[in-house]
Design a protein around this ligand. Structure first.
Ligand code: 5AD
Ligand code: SF4
Length: 481
């Protein structure tokens, strides 16, 4: 999968080019020299481990980091006892932050035993000033910190880290820049995420994303199409278009285009078999999109449509800009137009001021919409967001009770929903050998449900027909037909 990148020309430059991405290729050439010398000293290629927390966006960002690390000569491994460890962090909920701090302690132990080891932190958590302060005082052994807006500068920052003592910190508040054509190394050869936009303008009152990912910026459709074409030529059959709110894609481009129009363009790419996207904000989901999905041969039968709460009063406090009735009507319209679609969602329990009656409203929506899956989260107070300043935070035991109730209904309705495919034969993209039983393969259906079935490893990356024999809640056991 790794392409050969010719960095030789940049070796001869004495000064860094001002233009991107050339400037980063220049620094990659410089880093490569440094890593080569390190390899001679160590007697082997230095190892690197990139650990990703959080969402698909972060997973894609990590692939960009790995792309550069491979070019400059690191051997990528899964073990954090490596010569270089990067944590690509998430800060959507506090438990992700706590996990990072906990694991940094372990890394410190590794670093004491390996004086060559370098540690870098990046991602959403690094966009918070309080986090940087904490790392500067309590985690002095970290070598490099950068944020979400300057990830394209990774090679340059890495080189600075190689040649300087002490902690290198580079955090930007925001950016309007999108740098194209940097290397990426995919985790899966046959499927890939693709950023279509960055940032978010919605400011849901509980959410830190607009503060750490900045304002919404859409990529030029031509750049997106070119990237998909290249990926398809390189063996990709399924893509996932990524954005915090894909339904507002293209609105701020010089030549505005809708998300539905972009999908139609992507659909035309020959050889591409499946198109997914994430995430849709209900307030911006258009009839045009439903129409395009309905007639598409490639867009998967899955829609992730975050509800967050079923109570109109709480939705207003959350600044979601739809009511319970509008959401239910939208879900109903989608189901009427595309009957075989699976709808999944995100739900937050314990938002400030939420009463048991509000939780019942959420449960009512779950029962009405009948989700194939729902991610249920306990509200997490994020400093700097409007909800964090709300006076009426809900006591922990009340939240827990509501959460357990919601989870039970989610599990029951999902089981019922997923089991409606029992006995059917469907297309599955074979993704990997089953984690727990190596005689089984794991495949993903168009509706995003997983199916495990006996088969040969050689089928990974292919789309095969599978009979869905036994429903086990959120997944199936089946056999190939
Ligand atoms: N607390 C709990 N869940 C949150 N999410 C976003 N912010 C918070 C928060 N402060 C959830 C939302 C979103 C998903 C990605 O994370 O449900 O859709
Ligand atoms: Fe956060 Fe709302 Fe933006 Fe999603 S749409 S990233 S929940 S602010």
């Amino acid at each position: 999968m790794t392409k050969e990148w010719n960095l030789e020309q940049y070796d001869t430059y004495t000064e860094a080019p001002a233009e991107e991405p050339e400037r980063q290729f220049y620094y990659m050439a410089k880093c490569r020299k440094y890593v080569k010398e390190l390899a001679e000293k160590l007697g082997h290629a230095p190892t690197c481990c990139v650990t990703t927390f959080g969402c698909q966006m972060n997973a894609r960002d990590s692939e960009k980091l790995v792309g550069i690390l491979e070019i400059i000569g690191y051997e990528i491994i899964e073990d954090e006892n490596a010569d270089f460890v990067i944590y690509n962090t998430c800060t959507v909920r506090d438990n992700a932050n706590q996990r990072v701090y906990g694991r940094l302690g372990v890394l410190n132990g590794f670093k004491r035993r390996n004086p060559n080891m370098k540690i870098a932190l990046c991602g959403c958590m690094m966009q918070e000033a309080s986090v940087i302060e904490k790392i500067k005082t309590s985690y002095r052994f970290v070598d490099l910190i950068f944020g979400t807006h300057n990830i394209y500068k990774f090679a340059e920052l890495l080189f600075t880290t190689f040649v300087s003592d002490g902690m290198v910190i580079d955090i930007w508040k925001d950016t309007d820049k999108i740098v194209e054509d940097l290397p990426v190394e995919r985790k899966y050869p046959f499927k890939s995420g693709i950023n279509i936009m960055f940032g978010c303008n919605n400011f849901c009152s509980y959410c830190i994303v607009p503060y750490v990912r900045g304002r919404e910026r859409s990529r030029d459709p031509k750049d997106i199409i070119r990237e998909v074409e290249r990926l398809v030529a390189d063996g990709v059959v399924e893509i996932m278009l990524l954005g915090q709110n894909v339904n507002s894609y293209g609105k701020n481009l010089e030549n505005p285009i809708t998300f539905a129009q972009l999908l139609q363009e992507v659909e035309k790419i020959e050889g591409l078999q499946r198109i997914r996207f994430m995430t849709s904000h209900p307030k911006d989901l258009s009839d045009e999109l439903i129409e395009v999905m309905k007639h598409s041969k490639k867009i998967c039968r899955h829609l992730h449509l975050p509800l967050q709460s079923g109570s109109t009063r709480i939705l207003k406090e959350m600044n979601r800009r739809y009511t319970k009735e509008q959401y239910v009507e939208l879900a109903d319209r989608i189901r009427r137009e595309i009957p075989d679609i699976a709808i999944t969602t995100d739900i937050i329990v314990g938002f400030p001021g939420e009463t048991p009656e509000d939780v019942e409203e959420t449960i009512d929506v779950i029962r009405t919409v009948k989700y194939d899956n729902a991610f249920t989260f306990i509200y997490s107070k994020r400093t700097g967001t409007p909800a964090a300043a709300m006076k009426n935070q809900v006591p922990e035991d009340v939240v827990k009770e509501g959460f357990d109730k919601v989870l039970k209904v989610v599990q029951d309705t999902a089981r019922e929903q997923v089991s409606r495919y029992q006995g059917m034969v469907m297309d599955a993209l074979v993704e990997e050998v089953n984690e727990h039983d190596s005689s089984l393969l794991t495949g993903r259906l168009s509706n995003n449900t997983l199916v495990h079935f006996p088969g040969e490893k050689a089928l990974i990356g292919q789309i095969v027909n599978v009979s869905l024999d036994e429903c086990h809640g959120f997944y199936y056991i089946g056999h190939m037909v």
